[in-house]
Design a binder for this molecule. Structure first.
Ligand SMILES: Cc1cc2nc3c(=O)[nH]c(=O)nc-3n(C[C@H](O)[C@H](O)[C@H](O)COP(=O)(O)OP(=O)(O)OC[C@H]3O[C@@H](n4cnc5c(N)ncnc54)[C@H](O)[C@@H]3O)c2cc1C
Length: 438
């Protein structure tokens, strides 16, 4: 239970970052996690069809609590959540404390909508606003209704997803092609990995019209499902987080109206924001995963007696518990500060700047690496019991491994951190690397 009146809480979530309204929303997600996810968390990854446990939880979270309409503006019946502190960081920390797959599913419906939402609320041209309006007019009603609706931000491909996320490549490695024929986009190619792929009602598909054009040929196109020409492969069986679906998406002469796509530098600028925004969110996820593991460990090591006293009374164990608690404190301070800075770009600058990208990745790399390292170390304290499903610890170990892979992964993140200080070349093109499309 998150006790918001304790001194511990006030120190962990200081008022300078989390206001009264945000605290109320945080409590809603904390209570939801304790009631709906915690009692079944060890069984979630074994719900292969999603019917028994996962979909019922997602319905409560996405429909009943309204998360699936966070990125729908209020004029369209959504909640139009603009706060990174609450919408991304606090919500994802609390749900991630229960199950990373559930929180990833929820976050990625937001992510799929974020390009249109960004164009709708941001300082973009009439053309970009018209695109957002066309997409919202057509698809918002499904997401504000009473049935579960799912969105997907679909950009990764089999041939190196990081190369697509790598801004230095300016979209030149994107293999999915879009061309305009009259009043329609025609899309061909294959995507891989995206969260919610295969179950999404709406995809934001990252395309390039001509790789030689780089940013000028870059396009974001919304494609609903089911839709002629769109199909999928098998769902990947992952190390953990089975509540998040990942598969291939095949586009075979897929035709959608011209109004559902935006191409050129503005689309690229929106994509850069879309890649920056989840830094606070996934840092919140990883902090929640570490907190969830820590809570299990604290409880277990206080009860289990070895060497004549509870495990947590052995100093060697206290050092591990203390280190976990220290990293949780620093991680929380860092992701809250980052989310706050995202929410105040009038002071801290644009999300797609070199410095902001570096700050986001620095926080993300630190938290995601430390979380998985420490959870594995903590398993030493639980002995064999830590390795067994029903004791709730091993799931955090499996979940944490993934947190440092997404969003370009920690290595790409570190290149981005270096780039604020010197001209590090990590583009895919140049001598000894790929030949630039000409
Ligand atoms: C559970 C899950 C959810 C996901 N959700 C989404 C989603 O919603 N949407 C989406 O589009 N994708 C999604 N992805 C894809 C994810 O973002 C990519 O998998 C991730 O970026 C890694 O890409 P990759 O596996 O193709 O790694 P690769 O591109 O093959 O890179 C592998 C490694 O190579 C190294 N490397 C990369 N670039 C360079 C370089 N320039 N120089 C030197 N070394 C380099 C890095 O260490 C990197 O980690 C998801 C993946 C998973 C597993």
């Amino acid at each position: 239970m998150l006790n918001q009146s304790s001194q511990w809480y006030k120190l962990q979530y200081p008022e300078c970052f989390v206001n009264e309204e945000q605290r109320m929303l945080q409590k809603v997600f904390a209570d939801f996690t304790d009631k709906e996810i915690m009692p079944v968390r060890a069984k979630i990854d074994d719900d292969v069809t999603h019917e028994k446990i996962i979909t019922p939880i997602l319905k409560k979270l996405q429909v009943d609590l309204g998360c699936q309409k966070s990125m729908i503006p209020e004029e369209y019946g959504g909640t139009g959540e603009r706060s990174t502190v609450v919408g991304a960081a606090l919500r994802q920390e609390q749900i991630g404390r229960g199950d990373y797959g559930i929180s990833m599913h929820s976050a990625c419906t937001d992510w799929g909508w974020q390009p249109a939402f960004t164009a709708y609320i941001g300082p973009f041209s009439r053309r970009a606003k018209a695109w957002a309006k066309a997409v919202l007019d057509e698809f918002a009603p499904k997401f504000t209704g009473k049935e579960l609706a799912v969105a997907c931000m679909n950009f990764s491909e089999v041939e190196s997803a990081v190369d697509i996320e790598n801004t230095l490549n300016e979209g030149r490695t994107i293999g999915v092609r879009a061309k305009l024929e009259g009043n329609e986009w025609v899309i061909n190619g294959t995507k891989f990995w995206a969260s919610n792929s295969g179950i999404a009602d709406l995809n934001c598909v990252v395309c390039n019209m001509d790789p030689r054009l780089g940013i000028d040929g870059f396009a974001l196109i919304y494609v609903p499902e089911p839709w002629p020409g769109v199909s999928h492969g098998k769902f990947e069986v992952k190390c953990g987080m089975q509540a998040d679906r990942n598969t291939s998406t095949y586009f075979d002469n897929v035709r959608v109206p011209k109004e559902w796509g935006l191409q050129g530098p503005e689309a690229w600028a929106i994509f850069q924001e879309i890649l920056a925004a989840p830094m606070a969110m996934n840092s919140g996820h990883a902090t929640g995963i570490l907190q969830g593991a820590f809570d299990v460990l604290l409880d277990y090591t206080g009860k289990r007696v070895v060497g004549g006293k509870p495990i947590n009374q052995h100093l060697s164990s206290a050092v591990i518990l203390g280190e976990m608690a220290s990293v949780i404190t620093v991680a929380r301070a860092a992701f809250l500060e980052l989310a706050y800075q995202f929410d105040h770009r009038e002071i801290y600058g644009p999300w797609d700047s070199v410095s902001m990208a570096a700050k986001g990745h620095a926080v993300h790399v630190f938290i995601t690496r430390k979380a998985s390292e420490l959870i594995l170390r903590g398993m030493e304290l639980m002995g064999s019991f830590g390795y067994v499903r029903e004791n709730n610890y091993e799931k955090y170990y499996r979940d944490s491994a993934e947190a440092k892979i997404v969003l370009g992964g920690v290595q790409y993140g570190l290149f981005t951190v270096c780039r604020q200080f010197y001209d590090l070349d990590y583009s895919s093109f140049g001598p000894g690397k790929l030949k630039k499309p000409a």
